[in-house]
Write a protein that binds this ligand. Structure first.
Ligand SMILES: NC(=O)c1ccc[n+]([C@@H]2O[C@H](COP(=O)([O-])OP(=O)(O)OC[C@H]3O[C@@H](n4cnc5c(N)ncnc54)[C@H](OP(=O)(O)O)[C@@H]3O)[C@@H](O)[C@H]2O)c1
Length: 363
């Protein structure tokens, strides 16, 4: 029995054991918003053109969050502006994923996030019923939609030091489930959760969910050739154990930072760091990725891509799509060329030998 469908030449996979389909190349909208206010990298003018083209290319899985960009919720606002200027048929094609648990500012504001920690009460983030219900309303208003297709709990609502849950899981997940019952959300997911945390969430949802169909269908964790162990989202960093867990629980993986913020596109080399323009040379996450070791890996990926006749980004995305349980790769794009390049990953076939070579290079 086939497990995939096609849309405009794009292969689509189901999330978990649900009936929800995603395009295997998706679109990450973290750096989208209103550049004059929030230092985002894509604004409405080019953003709308990229969104139109994404659908033409079959890229209908779009990923945002209430806290993008710079905590100002402007990525959601940009989407709201887009949907309100397009016919309903466009909204109907998009599989719209957003996330809550962080606080989000309600106006266009410039400044680091959170600009003023005293600005938010403890009720304006986390996993409480009060926060979740309020924030989902705000998401719907900002995006000008009447429902969210996939809602992630962005981060586990735990104390930093002990890892214990702050809000009882029953409260968080019965509220998430109620949001589905109310028709505001269609499917549920987690992000930045370890296997153990996801397991606890699934167990609780089994108890408090309305029926057996109320599952966690996806987990969005950091995963790329440059940061393989991060996918486990815990101190052990056991990639294989995490993949095995997801397989056993039928949980789809949606990797974030799939291109390591741009490192795996071949754009950055040790020699050009003083001159190259990009997120990694202009934003705080740069030093995390621009280490000697990672630049060496990026060089190896670029050479292998050249041998295969594809781009480094395509190779990095194709590798992820061959990993078990990975359903969709939501690389962030800031230019039309990025989108068109990344979609080309669907034509890259990786032999056993090529996978082994990439495996070795990335260990
Ligand atoms: N759940 C979470 O906690 C979490 C955390 C982070 C991200 N995310 C999600 O995951 C998505 C993807 O992560 P990300 O956008 O941060 O990082 P990423 O996908 O690893 O890297 C995106 C960057 O790579 C560059 N790029 C993309 N395609 C390219 C191409 N074909 N050629 C050359 N450069 C290319 C662009 O850099 P320039 O901007 O420099 O041009 C782009 O901003 C986000 O947009 C967001 O939706 C989720």
């Amino acid at each position: 029995m086939a497990n995939t469908k096609q849309f405009r030449g794009m292969t689509c996979h189901r999330l978990g054991n649900s009936g929800l389909w995603v395009s295997e190349v998706g679109l990450g909208l973290w750096k989208w918003g209103y550049p004059e206010y929030d230092k985002s990298r894509v604004g409405e003018y080019f953003g709308f053109q990229i969104l139109d083209r994404a659908l033409e290319l079959g890229v209908f899985h779009w990923d945002t969050a209430n806290s993008y960009n710079a905590g100002a919720a402007n990525s959601e606002r940009l989407l709201g502006s887009y949907f309100s200027k397009r016919p309903q048929t466009v909204r109907d094609q998009v599989m719209l994923a957003t996330k809550v648990s962080n606080n989000s500012r309600e106006e266009y504001e410039l400044g680091p996030y959170p600009q003023n920690p005293d600005r938010f009460t403890p009720n304006q983030s986390g996993g409480s019923r009060l926060y979740l219900m309020n924030e989902v309303e705000r998401c719907l208003q900002r995006m000008c939609v009447d429902h969210i297709d996939l809602l992630y709990l962005h981060s586990p609502d735990t104390w930093d030091d002990s890892g214990e849950w702050i809000t009882p899981l029953e409260e968080t997940w019965s509220t998430m489930d109620d949001l589905v019952t109310q028709g505001k959300v269609r499917y549920l997911a987690v992000s930045n959760h370890s296997a153990a945390q996801a397991q606890q969430v699934m167990d609780v949802l089994d108890q408090v969910g309305k029926d057996a169909s109320r599952n966690v269908v996806a987990i969005e964790n950091c995963y790329s050739l440059a940061e393989r162990s991060n996918v486990a989202s815990d101190d052990e960093g056991d990639e294989q154990a995490f993949l095995d867990f997801c397989k056993k629980r039928n949980l789809s993986i949606v990797p974030f930072f799939p291109l390591a913020g741009g490192l795996l596109t071949g754009r950055y080399t040790k020699r050009n760091l003083d001159t190259v323009e990009g997120r990694l040379t202009s934003e705080a996450i740069g030093p995390r990725f621009l280490t000697d070791e990672r630049l060496k890996l990026a060089g190896r990926v670029a050479r292998m891509a050249k041998e295969k006749g594809c781009s480094p980004a395509q190779l990095a995305i194709a590798w992820l799509l061959k990993r078990p349980q990975v359903a969709s790769v939501i690389a962030g794009v800031t230019k039309m060329e990025h989108l068109e390049d990344n979609v080309g990953a669907i034509n890259v076939t990786l032999s056993h030998d090529a996978m082994a070579k990439l495996d070795k290079a990335s260990r």
